[in-house]
Design a protein around this ligand. Sequence first.
Ligand code: FES
Length: 109
Amino acid sequence: MSDIKIKITDRDGVTHEVDAPTDMNMNLMEVVRSYELAPEGTIGICGGMAMCASCQCYVQSDHQLPEKSDDEDAMLAEAFNVEDNSRLGCQIHMTPDLDGLVVELAPES
Ligand code: FES
């Protein structure tokens, strides 16, 4: 058993509590896609390369996340609707210490 629980609020304001595996090398964008919490084609457009910001989310819990890479920083500098707690979902990998993570998907830009 290596699943963690994550709360994800979709772009319609509906919160979903989902199980995310930590042993499949998945990132948050892929978790959102696997549960179909955002329509196909509106998230993960660049395939998780930190090049599109379609996976932007707001981190609402106070989990210690890995530092942003330069690519993520640069992408968020250009994206719309960016807040202090914005991250790119594709750059957040599912690890056991993220159990209880709470995020909200940023609006489609
Ligand atoms: S999927 Fe494109 S930046 Fe995350």
